[in-house]
Write a new protein. Sequence first.
Length: 539
Amino acid sequence: MRVKNPKIRKAVQLSSRPTVLHWKLQYTVDSLDYGVCSFRKDTAFACPPQSFFLSREPRPYPCLSEVLSSDSEPGLDLAVANEISLCTSAAANSYGVVNGSTDSERLAASCWEYLTSGRNIRFQSIVDSGALQDRSHLFLPRGPGEVKQRTYLSEAKRQLSQLSNALGFDESAEREVEKGLALAMRPWGNKIIPDFPFGWYSDISTDHSPIEYSVAIEHTTGKVQLRFLIEAQAEENTLAAFQQSALRLNDDIQKEYGQTVSLERFHLISDLFFPSSDEVQEATTHSFCVTKSKELEWKEAQEATTPQGPTIYPFAAYHSFCVTKSKELEWKLYLNPQARGEKNAANLIRVAFERLGMADSYSLLESILAPTDSFCFFALDLHAGDHARVKIYVQQDNPDVAAIAKKLAICPHTPKEEIERFCATMGGSTGPYSSSPPVIVYFAFKSNAPLSPEVAVHFPVSEYAPNDAEIKQRIEAYLAPVSSTSLATYHSIVAALQERPLEQGRGFHSFVGFKNSARGLLNTFYVSAEFFGVLSPIP
């Protein structure tokens, strides 16, 4: 028995407006195909496919029960529709839905858990790129069954093997890459990659793949370093579970690479970046300060203008593995400065520098920060010695090339003209740059040179070009006068990992990095694994 739903038809009519985010969702339940109509994002009946998955970022999607608890959707079997209705109604009651207002992502997660119990359900999302107005998390995924039985480990191993060969790594160096990858993906790497990301959305890559590849090229020497950045996955979609996964990976790295890896500095600051759930909750209503003993205490915020509940960005930690042709190995750890809340980030970073014996470095950094700057990553080289770096990543508010160059002028080895040429070429203009993800700069300090940081800028090229073909042309134009050898290496990277026409969309290239130090100019090219899909082109 099939029934029609006037509310859904109304949503379809609304979706024809030119300013609409136009979604179409098709899914399979027990081998029976059902089609669900398109919805506009801001209508009371919106139900984009991401609503079926637990997202890490709040979105203005209304309550799912507004769509699903009525009779049924067009083409949806009534029995299945009734089950969906019962599920959403029960979930709505348990989460206290009032007038269609609830935590729609938690509700969606409950629906997903119910629907997938004992059923074979898969989802396919199609985005009408001509109607896109907001690119957040909107991309063109691979179709169901397009690649069968891909696991995270098998796919990453294949791609890294191709990249290693393209860079001229010998078998022993490639084995080091495979060893590091297998360790980093333990125990979740053998899971099948779904057709669409659901659960915990990783922000490591453009399509939410939990791994990203990069190659750093020193132009003066031709030396290359192959890297991957990874977020250790967890069984539960909670920050606490991902914290435990990150800590387990720390321990595994220490056990396997104990002769070269040191976690001593991390242990000095771990409590800052791995708060308990209660501490995170407390951070939403309290401010963070440091006592004379350099320990932490909490006190109520005094300023009436303090926002009620700063943004909490729920990532626990990322790990990076780096290797050269000569098998020089390195692990890095990336931590969340906003682990205790956005308004507490500056004091948290200050305390971290102090505990690491680098208070002077933070004072120097503080002297060049603008009130609108914010911290996004805090990174440690996981080895001992005075040359082990502490890196702090900063995002500026809508900077242009002049503002970026001014920020990096703290390092005498970074000429303003080169920064401006790099940013203008990557961005297609001199700014300001206001897209998300933002342009990021970092400052790398060493304990033996606390007032002489290295600096770099990471440009999100995927947000400033219509497609990857255009990005490739810009990179070629930038590299041509720098080094023909480096240009050839970049072409090798693309040839090794490209699996679709670059004109099809964006996301293959995510960021391009620029760093000029005493050793000379270095560029880093960040490439997405594209496990889940492609960002749609910018018209």
